[in-house]
Ligand binder design. Structure first.
Ligand code: PXP
Length: 244
């Protein structure tokens, strides 16, 4: 299991004043030195946080896994292929949302991904992950497309208010992880994870490979510093980069 830190909100803070700091690439280095296995960023069409220049700086400075999260538009595919990250995580994106609101609806995107998106990425060495909700149908369609990985959307688990709802969501995530693993795909997870809800997730859900954490990690770092905060998250994950 490995921690990939999402640095989008380092850019949000930078953009609030239009100065050159804090710099997502500098922050990324601190995260890697603290033990993170890599970095994630989401280059959005509206460029509300990460800018195109940030992507190239991250590519130059990151030693570990670079995960390019994006909507599967032609513009993003062109940038992604030029940047050549290790992994591309395809997500839905709508202009009004504050953050990604749910997984890809696989039935809706299937034909377009099969005909336009996958052939382009498959011409490169970039691995593909699809951000989906933890349900059987979407996982089976991701497999049918030949995806290397899925990223399970943990937002519904993270937002669950009652203990009963939390348990139900963990169970759904567990079944989804088992199914995706049995179909031969890597199982990643992310969205809404924090120091409180990460422990039950990693204890319950098997086969987790990349865990992508951004907003809560960057927010916690305001109190404790980035280095200590990364170490706090890693301690919950067992402080080991790969153990399954
Ligand atoms: N994974 C995906 C696909 C996302 O869209 C996001 C948010 O950009 C994350 C993980 C990280 O979520 P959070 O910022 O809530 O940790």
């Amino acid at each position: 299991m490995q921690l990939l830190v999402n640095v989008d909100h380092i850019a949000t803070l930078r953009n609030a004043r239009g100065e050159g700091y804090p710099d997502p690439a500098e922050a990324a280095k601190v995260c890697e030195e603290a033990g993170a296995s890599g970095i994630v960023f989401h280059l959005r069409k509206d460029r509300r946080h990460i800018q195109t220049e940030d992507v190239y700086k991250l590519k130059d400075s990151i030693k570990g896994t670079l995960d390019f999260e994006m909507a599967a538009t032609d513009e993003m595919l062109t940038i992604c292929m030029d940047v050549d990250p290790h992994l591309v995580t395809l997500v839905p994106e709508s202009r009004e949302e504050l953050t990604t609101e749910g997984g890809l609806k696989m039935q809706t995107v299937f034909d377009d991904f099969q005909q336009r998106v996958f052939p382009k990425i498959r011409a490169t060495d970039i691995k593909i992950s699809l951000f989906i909700d933890p349900n059987k149908e979407d996982i089976e369609l991701a497999h049918e497309l030949g995806s290397d990985a899925i990223e399970l959307h943990t937002g519904t688990y993270a937002n669950a208010i009652t203990e009963e709802a939390r348990k139900r969501e963990l169970q759904r995530l567990k079944e989804a992880a088992n199914l995706a693993h049995n179909l031969g795909m890597n199982v990643n997870a992310g969205h809404g994870l924090n120091l409180q809800n990460l422990g039950p997730l990693v204890e319950t859900v098997p086969h987790l490979h990349d865990i992508s954490i951004g907003h809560a990690l960057v927010s916690t770092a305001l109190y404790y510093g980035l280095d200590s905060t990364v170490k706090k998250f890693l301690a919950i994950m067992g402080n080991t980069k790969l153990y399954n």
